[in-house]
Design a binder for this molecule. Structure first.
Ligand code: UFG
Length: 333
């Protein structure tokens, strides 16, 4: 019996596959390689290149493989981009999930764990955020993930398809040995951008606003190490296998760091100056997002181990400094 990982060649998906294989699961990967990387596909996994919206293709995978459970990472995930091309986001994320749920139902696969996001909450009423708080997404991306959660809810009621939605906060870091990591093109996330400045690939870090109602005026986020994050997926699969009901969990480190604090840690870790400049706010950025991951701890027994930002940025630095061009780096081929 295998675990099907959709989006297993992407940043978080490839780390999840790595952990599943370390834990002796048989893994089947589906990825269309649009944002994923062929070099990130684990050599011990069975790989099918294709799009989850292609029902005939997906049925073929379920026919060939004995799928026990699904972990679904295959989605578009940039907040800003989702506001420019909302229909693409709805098509890939919502319609893609529709096809997946149809095929799961057809083949009697009843367990799914999938990536949701803190962006489902929108501007928080208060922090730390708990799962029962109001969800009013302010982006197509956040809303597409909320729609995915709701689709699964209705499938649970009708067909008994049980799901765990994992609402990620800010994911960063890389596998400790630096062999896999984050490689987006274009890059928009804070930690890789800071490290690209450290590598001399960008002139400076543009800090989007220092007039927020926070101590140093820059936005506060809750950064969680990708290696910790993926462990929650495996705990969630086991939870479903042991009869757990459908559920939603926040995944974060429960502590907030400002953009300026992250920059300071990166300067310390890399030993580089990393110039910066304060520029205008980026539209749609809430000032503070901090998770309460109490529920994940209580129900799944999940607790992040790497909550020191030096660990997270240090791991990301090992990846970026050895793969300055990401997976396109000649060393990788
Ligand atoms: N930032 C900068 N300069 C940059 C990049 C980012 O100042 O060049 C700031 C942002 O304004 C923000 C913080 O750094 O305050 C973190 O920004 P990221 O783009 O790294 O992450 P976001 O918090 O915007 O987004 C993350 C995930 C999304 C998810 C969202 C939930 O990447 O997928 O959290 O709110 F939807």
């Amino acid at each position: 019996m295998s675990i099907l990982v959709l989006g297993g060649a992407g940043y978080i998906g490839s780390h999840a596959v790595d952990q599943l294989i370390t834990d002796n699961y048989d893994v089947v990967i589906v990825d269309n390689l649009k944002t994923g990387h062929r070099q990130a596909v684990h050599e011990k996994a069975t790989f099918y290149e294709g799009d989850i919206r292609n029902k005939v293709f997906l049925q073929e995978v379920f026919r060939k493989e004995k799928i026990d459970g699904v972990i679904h990472f295959a989605a578009s995930s940039l907040v800003g981009e989702s506001m420019e091309i909302p229909l693409d986001y709805l098509n890939n994320n919502v319609y893609g999930t529709q096809i997946l749920l149809e095929v799961m139902e057809e083949f009697g696969v009843k367990h799914i764990v999938f990536s949701s996001t803190a962006a489902t909450y929108g501007e928080p009423e208060k922090v730390p955020l708990t799962e029962e708080m109001r969800t009013e997404p302010e982006s197509t991306y956040g809303d597409s993930k909320l729609m995915m959660e709701k689709m699964m809810h209705w499938c649970d009621l009708a067909y008994g398809t049980r799901y765990v939605a994992l609402r990620y906060f800010n994911v960063a870091g890389a596998k400790e040995d630096g062999s896999i990591g984050e490689d987006h093109n274009p890059e928009s996330h804070l930690v890789p951008i800071i490290l690209q400045v450290a590598l001399g690939q960008r002139e400076k870090l543009m800090i989007y606003g220092d007039d927020y109602p926070t101590e140093d005026g820059t936005c506060i986020r809750d950064y969680v190490h990708v290696v910790d994050l993926v462990k929650a997926h495996i705990l969630a699969l086991e939870y479903l296998k042991n009869g757990g009901e459908s559920n939603i969990f926040n995944l974060g480190s429960n502590k907030g760091y400002s953009v300026k604090e992250m920059l300071e840690v990166a300067r310390e870790v890399t030993g580089k100056a990393i110039p910066d400049e304060i520029v205008a706010r980026r539209p749609g950025d809430p000032s503070t997002l901090i998770a309460s991951s109490e529920k994940a701890k209580r129900v799944l027994g999940w607790e992040p181990e790497h909550t020191d930002m030096r660990d997270i940025i240090g791991a990301a630095w090992r990846w970026h400094s050895t793969h300055p061009n990401g997976y396109d780096d000649k060393n990788e081929k």
